[in-house]
Design a protein around this ligand. Structure first.
Ligand SMILES: O=C(O)c1ccccc1NCC(=O)[C@H](O)[C@H](O)COP(=O)(O)O
Length: 196
């Protein structure tokens, strides 16, 4: 999965035009790549511009979208939704269950502190809050992961997949190829051994 961030305040923000070119390149290079459009509380009009241009395989809703809005977005755009949930305490983990019947995937991330970006902050939450939980739907573990800590995180939480941003960057918004390789290697090993 390749994620494209449509959030102007982020150092990773990309315009629809830039994304369209990169997505075409990615799809030329790989038959199996899945494109994820990451949005935060966007209107139908803005989602239409994104979906109409890049036809993402997934919409990652990373804002305060309520379960009803998730249902609406899926219906309107006929695209599977991955709902991001910020986890800071046990209530947040319970709250995630509200989305189990409306989203195809959950993405459990650190809850942003006041003034921080909604995501991509390189912050890890306390994984003991979700260890052993059944969310009723596949979920990705996210928040502060990198090649050095992903094995321990996966062993404790046993997610269906992992997500990373800052942990594979050399500076905010600047992806680093060597770090991406190291992360993917470590994540694959960890997910494979957790599945055995
Ligand atoms: O990455 C961003 O800049 C971003 C901006 C606004 C909303 C969400 C954003 N990222 C969401 C992600 O899925 C990140 O990969 C996730 O939060 C993990 O980030 P990190 O802790 O830096 O690995």
């Amino acid at each position: 999965m390749l994620g494209f961030v449509f959030f102007p305040k982020s150092p990773r923000h990309i315009s629809v035009e830039q994304a369209t070119a990169l997505v075409a390149q990615a799809r030329d290079l790989s038959q199996t790549v899945q494109i994820v459009a990451l949005t935060v509380n966007l209107s139908d009009t803005d989602l239409e511009a994104i979906c109409g241009s890049i036809a993402p395989n997934w919409l990652q809703l990373h804002g305060k979208e309520a379960p009803d809005r998730v249902v609406e977005v899926r219906r309107e755009f006929a695209t599977p939704v991955m709902k991001a949930i910020g986890i800071a305490n046990a209530e947040d983990a319970e709250d995630a269950l509200r989305y189990a019947t409306v989203a195809e995937r959950l993405l459990l991330d650190a809850k942003p502190t006041a003034g921080a970006l909604p995501g991509g902050n390189g912050v890890m939450f306390d994984h003991r809050l979700i260890a052993g939980h059944d969310f009723g739907v596949p979920y990705l573990l996210s928040g502060g992961l990198n090649a050095d800590n992903v094995a321990e995180a996966v062993a404790l939480t046993r997610p269906d997949g992992v997500d990373v941003s800052s942990g594979v960057e050399s500076a905010p918004g600047v992806k680093d190829v060597a770090r991406i390789h190291a992360f993917v290697r470590a994540a694959r090993e960890a997910l494979d051994s957790a599945a055995q």
